[in-house]
Design a protein around this ligand. Structure first.
Ligand code: TZD
Ligand code: CA
Length: 534
């Protein structure tokens, strides 16, 4: 006899979904009890961390990741993390255990009363199968829905008495199904785009996270070189779509209307690929486009295309669209001079002032010098994002991850997920002392599963970004802006992670070398000065 449980594991195996990130409760045990030996369960101690680890893992493997949560309460704990998964188009297949079918209506303990509604609007699709005989098909639908473009999180609630039910002929064909996107630019659309690009006098490229997800980085380089165009990264960047060491790289656009218009002034054509137009943050009203400029957007997400306030948009798969565009535009033979980087005093002059801390720029510059050239950076230090992009070299696809919605608690878990997905590269996670607390239990998973992330906690004792906003919004007397008195070395030790404090650049040099040599996770707490996020 084949049970719903057997058929589900077969389906998951068929899709290569043999890693399950979870945190269990009684409703989930009948599913987990029969887990086959070729499956791996990665336990997270809080569901925000479970979802964050799965998010990092799915982004880095470029495949859907399985998540198993406990009923409504576990799902609720994960929802903050789903804001990030939603905006990064991360395919998460989230399953949650439900009470026994016949008892949900009574609202017995741990029933998920309106399960399909609970995770909306942060999932593409959600359901609770209407019958045990529709569980396997529903999970299949979830996998396909999560994966189809634009990919994203989906949610299935499964009553726990369904798992032991027998399957019938309805389930027979499910494991063998495949569902694919087939949409591409038509030849006419491509020819038209090429004509528009070739006719532009001074085009500029703005690249977004979906270029990195689609591994379009090398094609973006070809396109920029052929057009002789400078390249910016779209604002509030969650990924790095272009090598920062390339002469055409100009940096990340600021997250304000006026800031972008100012920086792109003089261009007659702005080509945005794989990004929303735009993810603004600080409200600085102004003209949406510089005078004389038109904007062309290529997005894999119809929602992204439809909601933009300006420009002509085409909805297409980013990888093929970029490849064909790069191969088709006319080379102009123009070579751009590399961008000027801001000057810093020599590293030896950057000693800490008593009780204040190191300059974040100096910390980034030193780590950039010491880290492997293919290191992967996970970043969740909100006031120092600009300093990070100024200092760090990222040459390869899949080198950068930042919370796509701005929802904190992504960094530490995502670092664990990315490192699990990329055992051949080293993950260095820069985490603010404020941000660390939203995902701190990821340290336990890193320790128990020996995931060798180097966590660098940049500690300025405050919510630095909020201080920057408070100054802008005339709210400097707001309460709750400082977070003094947290000892991250002790916290790390408590979760089983080796940790050190580095209060000078020499100490940081030693600690970082030790961390790189370690086969397990390490945490380095670095006191830093507070800088403005703007
Ligand atoms: N809660 C969640 C889940 N996400 C958020 N974005 C915030 C609160 C608000 N918030 C920001 O947007 S930035 C920030 C907070 C609290 C400060 C983070 O402090 P940090 O980094 O120490 O991690 P900086 O560099 O000191 O800003
Ligand atoms: Ca801070």
């Amino acid at each position: 006899m084949t049970t719903v449980n057997d058929a589900t594991y077969k389906l998951l195996r068929q899709h290569g979904l043999t890693t399950i990130f979870g945190n269990p409760g009684s409703n989930e045990l009948p599913f987990l009890a029969a887990m086959p030996k070729d499956f791996r369960y990665v336990l997270g101690l809080h569901e925000g961390v479970v979802a964050g680890m799965a998010d990092g893992y799915a982004q880095a493997t470029r495949r859907p990741a399985m998540v198993n949560l406990h009923a409504a309460s576990g799902s609720g704990n994960a929802m903050g993390a789903l804001t990030n998964a939603w905006y990064s188009h991360t395919p998460l297949v989230i399953t949650a255990g439900q009470q026994v079918r016949a008892t949900i209506g009574q609202e017995v303990m741990l029933s998920n009363v309106d399960a399909a509604s609970l995770p909306r609007p942060l999932v593409k699709w959600s359901a609770e199968p209407a019958s045990p005989h529709d569980v396997v098909r529903t999970i299949g639908q979830a996998i396909h829905s999560a994966t189809l473009e634009p990919s994203g999180p989906v949610y299935v609630s499964i009553p726990y008495d369904d798992w032991a039910q027998e399957t019938g002929p309805a389930e027979e064909h499910l494991a063998a199904r495949t569902v694919e996107n087939a949409g591409e630019l038509s030849d006419g659309q491509l020819a038209d785009l090429v004509a528009v690009l070739d006719a532009a006098e001074n085009p500029v490229l703005v690249l977004g996270p979906d270029v990195d997800s689609a591994r379009g980085n090398a094609d973006a380089v070809t396109l920029a070189e052929r057009l002789g165009a400078p390249v910016w990264v779209a604002p509030s960047a969650p990924r790095c779509p272009f090598p920062t060491t390339h002469a055409a790289f100009r940096g990340v656009l600021p997250a304000s209307v006026e800031g972008i218009t100012r920086l792109l002034a003089g261009h007659d054509l702005i080509l945005v690929v794989g990004a929303p137009v735009f993810r603004y943050h600080q409200h600085e009203p102004g003209n949406y486009l510089p005078a004389g400029a038109s904007l062309l957007q290529i997005s894999c997400d119809p929602g992204e295309a439809a909601r933009a306030p300006m420009g002509r948009a085409l909805v297409a798969s980013i990888g093929p669209a970029l490849r064909r565009l790069a191969a088709s535009v006319t080379p102009r033979g123009v070579q751009l001079p590399p961008r000027a980087r801001p000057e810093l005093p020599p590293l030896s002059a950057q000693g800490p002032e008593e009780g204040i801390g190191l300059a974040p720029e100096a910390v980034f510059r030193l780590i950039n010098e010491l880290a492997p050239e293919d290191a992967i950076y996970v970043n969740e230090t909100t006031s120092t994002v600009g300093a990070f992009w100024d200092r760090m070299d990222m040459r390869h696809p899949g080198s950068y991850y930042f919370p796509a919605s701005g929802g904190l608690g992504f960094g530490m878990p995502a670092a664990v997920g990315v490192q699990l997905a990329e055992p051949g590269r080293r993950v260095v996670a820069f985490i603010g002392d404020g941000s660390a607390n939203y995902g701190i239990t990821a340290l336990w998973t890193a320790a128990q599963y020996r995931v060798p992330v180097v966590f660098v906690i940049l500690n300025n004792g405050t919510y630095g970004a909020l201080r920057g906003f408070a100054a802008k919004l005339n709210a400097l007397d707001a309460p709750g802006l400082d977070v003094p008195g947290i000892d991250f070395v002790s916290l790390a030790a408590g979760y089983g992670v080796d940790a050190d404090r580095a209060a000078s650049l020499e100490a940081l040099r030693d600690c970082f070398a030790k961390a790189l040599a370690s086969e397990g996770p390490t945490l380095i707490e670095v006191p830093i000065t507070t800088v403005s996020p703007f």
